[in-house]
Design a protein around this ligand. Structure first.
Ligand SMILES: NC(=O)c1ccc[n+]([C@@H]2O[C@H](COP(=O)([O-])OP(=O)(O)OC[C@H]3O[C@@H](n4cnc5c(N)ncnc54)[C@H](OP(=O)(O)O)[C@@H]3O)[C@@H](O)[C@H]2O)c1
Length: 345
């Protein structure tokens, strides 16, 4: 089959190889074999490729990628999926599993597969799983969000643009940080009440009244604790600050130490309620809810927004189930696997 295989560590050109003769995965009982139509690209894969994480933890060669949208090719006779069904999945592929989604075929546990609504394109669907679930799981402990004030740090990004929309659909007041080029996107398209341009404004002064929930996607903790209400909740998703200048086991230890420090401080009442968001890849932990009819949304937008990858990886769409899912940055057919804006993950 065709696949993009990680053969070492470093720059994409050096270590990501396009192969046409890679072995096809063999479906095991309980799994669904999917013909991949589009795959998502997420920062975690770039951290693996850059050897941010300890090399001993990583299988080489391996196919990277954990997000897919595609069509069922094979399933158990008792499966709820049948051949030809359109599906979406976060496969949970990470570090040691050599069978990622930058590939033509993926065999994935049925429990991790969800139906893809007919009106949602494969490219848009592939942008949803891990980023959508992360956003959902970051907000879930604070739900219901109606009437609450939510601040999303990194509101224009892969996770943030889902977090903004989920919070808005639940009736929260939402402020989100982004750079100048994304302020219209965050307010007019995603529906945030306030975009805080982090290149122009000082967060502490621009943020206004304290927040019930802060979703931190840029590693701003602990500097943002002061922006929370007394019993506010901080969902820390990004380890970017901790990761700076570290890699390998030093990075792992740094992340664990940070999580423990915060848990302890939170338990002792020294800082607000703190959630370190570690994704659970079960579809019912956000993937299905993110496309649930219970969500009601602002009007659909037809604007196409290009952020870090060229079209067709962009767009905000309106599904027949009544939900807006913003899909940007992450979904690329097959081989486009690195940022084109010169940024580094
Ligand atoms: N994607 C996933 O599925 C996933 C899953 C779990 C964890 N994470 C982690 O979550 C974090 C965010 O991931 P992502 O995929 O959403 O990244 P992303 O698409 O690169 O988005 C990051 C956003 O943060 C904004 N930003 C950058 N610097 C900022 C600053 N100093 N202050 C305020 N906002 C700033 C950027 O805004 P502008 O573009 O406007 O500059 C950008 O939209 C990363 O640490 C990642 O490892 C991601």
């Amino acid at each position: 089959m065709r696949a993009v295989v990680l053969t070492g560590f470093g720059e994409p050109k050096k270590c990501l190889k396009y192969r046409e003769d890679h072995p096809k995965p063999v479906r095991k009982p309980g799994e669904v074999l999917v013909a991949v139509k589009a795959t998502g690209v997420n920062p975690a894969e770039c951290h693996i490729r850059n050897a941010k994480l300890p090399k001993a933890m990583i299988t080489i060669p391996q196919i990277l990628g954990c997000d897919l949208a595609g069509v069922v090719l094979e399933a158990d006779p008792t499966s709820k999926f049948k051949v030809g069904d359109r599906v979406v999945s976060c496969t949970g592929q990470f570090l040691r599993d050599p069978w990622g989604t930058y590939a033509e075929y993926v065999s994935v546990r049925e429990a991790l597969v969800a139906p893809l609504p007919a009106a949602v394109s494969f490219v848009e669907g592939a942008a949803l799983p891990i980023a959508g679930m992360t956003a959902w799981q970051a907000l879930a402990p604070s739900m219901p969000l109606g009437g609450k004030r939510v601040l999303v740090l990194g509101g224009a990004g892969g996770v943030g643009h889902f977090a903004v929309q989920i919070a808005k659909t639940q009736g929260a007041y939402v402020a989100a940080t982004c750079s100048t080029r994304n302020t219209d996107f965050v307010t007019r398209e995603l529906g945030a009440d306030r975009a805080i341009d982090y290149t122009q404004e000082k967060l502490e002064t621009a943020a206004g009244e304290p927040y019930d929930v802060i979703v931190d996607l840029v590693g701003a903790e602990p500097y943002v604790w002061g922006l929370l209400r007394k019993r506010g909740r901080l969902a820390a998703v990004s380890f970017d600050q901790t990761m700076q200048g570290r890699q390998g086991w030093g990075l792992v230890l740094g992340v664990v130490a940070r999580m423990m420090r915060l848990k302890l401080a939170s338990a002792l009442g020294l800082c607000p309620q703190y959630d370190s968001v570690v994704q659970d890849v079960a579809p019912d932990k956000g993937l299905i809810q993110a496309s649930a009819p219970a969500l009601s949304c602002p009007p659909p937008s037809t604007h196409t927004h290009t952020h870090t990858l060229p079209p067709p990886a962009s767009g905000v769409f309106w599904g027949p189930v009544g939900v807006v899912l913003g899909c940007r940055d992450r979904a690329v057919p097959y081989v486009s696997v690195s940022r084109t804006d010169g940024g580094s993950w």
